[in-house]
Design a protein around this ligand. Structure first.
Ligand code: RP5
Length: 159
């Protein structure tokens, strides 16, 4: 089955963060798959995933990892499909390690890096990329954004 988005992560322990991306894609009716693909523990899986991603019809890859977070960057090296990187928060260094590992890509192989723990925004970024060529999805993204704006009160309250 062809899906539009691949959500990949370095470990099962990343799933509580990365499922925030999946929830956004569910809300917006976007098809996706989820896989554990570790740059260090399963390098062959990473290579195969990147090598076959375009031919399998993936359009965006959301990649999350923590610590020495090489997964998003290595995936960006292996496929031209846009990679949205999510630095997962870590205990030792609060995710700054993950952020720095993902954001400082060399010229030629960009990763669209979100905030630490920013998997929901990764889902939205993927949706907005897909919406460029999908008018029905563009309407759903606009409605999602309008609903968020409408939920913000005009003034603070004590309740
Ligand atoms: C990274 O190491 C993973 O992305 C995860 O964030 C971190 C810790 O992994 P576990 O030891 O919890 O499997 O590769």
């Amino acid at each position: 089955m062809t899906v539009d988005v691949g959500i990949i992560m370095g470990s099962q322990s990343d799933w509580p963060t990365m499922k925030l991306a999946a929830e956004i894609l569910d809300e917006l009716g976007i098809t996706y798959e989820t896989k554990i693909v570790s740059a260090h523990r399963t390098p062959d899986r990473l290579w195969d995933y990147g090598k076959t991603a375009a031919d399998r019809g993936l359009k965006v890859i959301i990649a999350g990892a923590g610590g020495a977070a090489h997964l998003p960057g290595m995936m960006a090296s292996k496929t031209r499909i846009p990679v949205v990187g999510v630095p997962v928060q870590t205990r030792a260094l609060s995710g700054v390690d993950s952020l720095y590992s993902i954001v400082q890509m060399p010229r030629g192989f960009p990763v669209a890096t979100m905030a630490i723990g920013g998997a929901a925004n990764a889902g939205l970024m993927a949706a907005q990329i897909l919406a460029v060529t999908d008018a029905a999805l563009a309407d759903r993204v606009d409605a999602w954004r309008d609903a968020l704006s409408d939920s913000i009160p005009d003034a603070p309250s004590d309740d």
